[in-house]
Design a protein around this ligand. Structure first.
Ligand code: NAP
Length: 526
């Protein structure tokens, strides 16, 4: 499939007339062909207008059609073959193996949502039958189901050009809910965005859905995204990226005449606690596993372990040495963009200059362009608690080992950190009492708690939570990965005393969709 540099607005390919943009190859420092035409507010208005028009027809389509739509997108993405992987590799400098894995995850995610739609439990169909004889007042017939919120704006992240981008988790879950989607392409992977966008556009056509079900707009700078979030047709926003970007979009959404929710996944340092029993038994092994997790994908994961917490004890120096040695063997690699590499270099230079911070190790530098060189630092619990800058996310392959004098200090640190996507515990049998003390705090702080593992692998499944309290996300009640992500784009409607012929299929007495439903408070097939 040819990359043309056009936007996809409904069924049309449209060349933006508001300037020219290029995708960039960070490994070679060169612009990539073809030029992209940047879109304007008028283009956003047209995409949102089409999404508004498409909404009722798209949500009324049989669930089977919606499920097939997601499966067709998955098939179309796979049919793009090596061309998609090659372009994503050029634009992101991520390895081919990593991108192939990410494509598998993206396709798997679309299929998970297809099966989730067919399952129907997401409708939360609930029936409280009328009680005409109830005293002193009769009860009306009350029936509840969830419906989609309306057109959704999606902002993908730079670090997952497939799984958190045009056909990523936000788009898949919004489509699954029955919401049309307008994606604002990430400037770091414009060509990848167009290829995947065309795969979706073709699926819209093949499944006979209204053209406004999907649009892809591009633009230079923040303006186009701001116009998109402010557009009255948009009813919710999915975002993955920086804290500043997420907060800016939340601000726009809150100031609209009709404020709307922004589901932003932003910043997390993912504390990694190695408890004393685990340190004694597996210290060196944990140190190596931690460094592998930290440096995977040049550390460009939102679940990167950016903070390691240990108790000062006889096994601590060996753990710190093993981590420093493992990190020293890792090399610098090209990061996603020159801007991200510059932000990383500034971040580690500032950290190295910190008065109470010890530089433990650096990876081997290379002359690769826009490279991020692994760096490991250490500090004490007291220093960490008194300097908020030590808690800032530095996006890239760096981490800070914090040593605590005693268990109370470790618990105080857990209490002190901001909201996180993950918290990891390394525990052995003799650590259980301490782990029990930490858990209530970690539950309040993080969306996912892992034991004896590494946080940088996020399974796409029913029980996954990729979320957490601010600043990990803007709304800790939900997730951006896994089946529950659909909940962000649904809202409940109650139907009171509606005649049978007006009731939605999911709530009719005969249960024609054969759903699990709650009837009079009990779950069953009735
Ligand atoms: P980003 O700069 O926040 O950009 C994400 C998307 O939002 C882009 O499409 C960007 O478009 C748009 N955007 C950002 N700020 C905006 C604003 N004020 N108004 C309108 N649109 C806005 O994130 P990124 O490029 O993926 O990475 C940059 C930094 O984000 C990293 O250094 C890292 O700190 C963080 N990050 C975090 C995660 C995570 O999962 N927590 C993932 C990736 C990155 P424009 O650039 O065209 O404005």
């Amino acid at each position: 499939m040819q990359i043309t540099g056009e936007m996809l607005i409904g069924g049309a390919s449209v060349r933006g007339a508001d300037g020219t943009m290029f995708a960039f190859d960070p490994a070679h420092g060169t612009a990539l062909e073809p030029p992209f035409g940047a879109g304007s507010a008028d283009d956003v208005d047209r995409a949102c207008g089409l999404a508004h028009v498409a909404f009722d027809a798209f949500r009324a389509a049989p669930f089977e059609t919606r499920a097939r739509f997601l499966e067709t997108i998955a098939e179309n993405i796979l049919a793009l073959g090596d061309a998609l992987i090659e372009r994503a590799h050029q634009e992101s400098a991520l390895t081919v193996a990593r991108l192939e894995g990410e494509r598998g995850r993206t396709v798997g995610q679309l299929r998970l949502f297809a099966s989730h739609i067919r399952d129907g439990r997401w409708l939360a169909a609930t029936i409280d039958p009328a009680q005409p004889e109830r005293k002193p007042l009769p009860r009306a017939d009350l029936r509840l189901q969830k419906i989609p919120v309306g057109p959704v704006a999606v902002f993908g992240a730079s670090n997952f050009p497939l799984a958190f981008s045009v056909a990523g988790g936000d788009t898949a879950s919004a489509f699954a809910a029955g919401c049309p989607v307008v994606v604002k392409a990430h400037p770091a992977h414009l060509g990848t965005s167009e290829l995947v966008g065309r795969a979706i556009q073709q699926a819209v056509r093949a499944c006979g859905l209204p053209e406004g079900t999907f649009s892809l707009v591009i633009g230079a700078g923040n303006a186009i995204g701001e116009v998109l979030v402010a557009h009255p047709a948009i009813k919710a926003v999915g975002f993955t990226g920086s804290r500043g970007g997420g907060l800016a979009l939340m601000d726009i959404a809150a100031k609209r005449r009709e404020p709307i929710p922004v589901y932003a996944e932003m910043s997390s340092i993912n504390p990694f606690f190695v408890l004393p029993g685990a340190l004694a038994k597996r210290g060196a092994e944990i140190a190596r596993g931690f460094v592998d997790s930290l440096t995977l994908g040049v550390g460009q994961f939102c679940t990167n372990p950016g903070l390691v917490v240990v108790l000062d004890g006889p096994d601590t120096p060996a753990f710190v040495d093993a981590a420093a040695q493992a990190l020293g063997q890792k090399g610098a690699q090209t990061m996603l963009t020159a801007g991200i590499a510059a932000a990383y270099a500034n971040g580690i230079a500032e950290r190295a200059a910190g008065a109470d911070v010890r530089a433990l190790a650096r990876g081997a530098d290379t002359d690769a362009k826009s490279a991020g060189c692994p760096a490991l630092f250490a500090t004490t619990q007291q220093a960490f608690m008194s300097d908020p800058r030590l808690e800032d996310e530095i996006f890239g392959p760096t981490s800070l080992i914090v040593t605590c004098k005693n268990v109370d200090d470790m618990i105080a640190l857990a209490e002190h950190v901001e909201g996180q996507l993950t918290a990891t515990l390394h525990v052995e049998a003799d650590d259980v009492a301490l782990a029990r003390r930490l858990l209530p705090t970690l539950e309040r702080k993080a969306g996912r708690i892992l034991a004896n593992g590494y946080p940088t692998g996020v399974e796409v499944s029913h029980a996954m939570v990729h979320g957490g309290p601010f600043p990990a996300t803007s709304d800790p009640r939900t997730t951006s990965v896994g089946a529950m992500a659909i909940e962000r784009f649904l809202r409940p409607v109650c139907y009171q005393d509606l005649p049978a012929e007006l009731l939605p299929l999911a709530l009719q007495d005969e249960n024609p969709l054969d759903l699990w439903r709650v009837r009079d408070g009990r779950l069953g097939h009735g």
